[in-house]
Design a protein around this ligand. Structure first.
Ligand SMILES: [Ca+2]
Length: 228
């Protein structure tokens, strides 16, 4: 289930008519794999590694012999000059290290991958040896909301779990072409996880605009309750 706040944010984005905004939302309620929504699959066997039941996408790369992986990619949707949010509501189940269950953003100024692991996140971006760091985070015991924030025109990044900041830092220069991805990024680790929903926005509306929309919606809701 997508949160009410996110629904309002989506609505706000449409209301604000942001000309160049890119918004991507998957909740898997239609039972279709991401490839049916324009994502490409990079890997060995999508039908073996990914399945959907009850509006939840399940990825399990342990099911492949050896250490093969597979992930989804959506190219051409990231502009580093714009404020960016990439958020997954997901449940970590099992992993063997590395980026077996992960999501990331790529572009000329950004290379960021967030691996969801047992009780921690692996942040791959900072230009620090050995190229990644881990931070403790609430990943166990059910679904959690993992949010990656990339402020436009900066080299900073922020990661939140259930709305709580767990990491702030700089991000390293990236690769072209730009895009976003999620799944098992690595041949060096497998993962099992479930993704209930995925939200991505490049070019988030100004907080002031969103605030006005939210105030309007809240006012409308209050009036409707009064009328009932
Ligand atoms: Ca769902």
């Amino acid at each position: 289930m997508i949160s009410i706040a996110r629904k309002l944010a989506l609505l706000g984005m449409f209301c604000a008519s942001e000309a160049a905004a890119v918004t991507v939302f998957l909740d898997f309620e239609d039972g279709l794999l991401p490839t049916a929504h324009g994502w490409s699959f990079e890997g060995t066997d999508e039908g073996l590694l990914y399945s959907i039941a009850g509006g939840v996408l399940r990825g399990d790369t342990f099911s492949l012999p050896g250490e093969g992986g597979g992930y989804y990619k959506l190219p051409g949707v990231y502009d580093a000059s714009k404020d960016t949010v990439f958020e997954l509501r997901a449940r970590y189940i099992d992993g063997s290290g590395g980026l077996g269950s992960a999501f990331g953003v790529y572009g000329p100024s950004s290379y960021v991958e967030i691996g969801v692991q047992a009780g921690q996140l692996q942040i791959v971006s900072e230009p620090m040896p050995p190229g990644s760091t881990t931070v403790g985070a609430a990943t166990m015991g059910g679904f959690h909301t993992f949010t990656l924030l990339l402020p436009g025109g900066t080299q900073t990044m922020e990661v939140k779990v259930d709305g709580v900041t767990v990491f702030q830092g700089t991000r390293r220069l990236g690769v072209v072409p730009n895009g976003i991805g999620f799944g098992d990024f690595t041949a060096g680790g497998d993962g099992t996880w479930e993704v209930d929903s995925l939200f991505y926005s490049n070019d988030v509306p100004e907080p002031a605009t969103l605030g006005i929309v939210l105030i309007g919606l809240c006012g409308l809701s209050w009036r409707m309750r009064r009328l009932q």
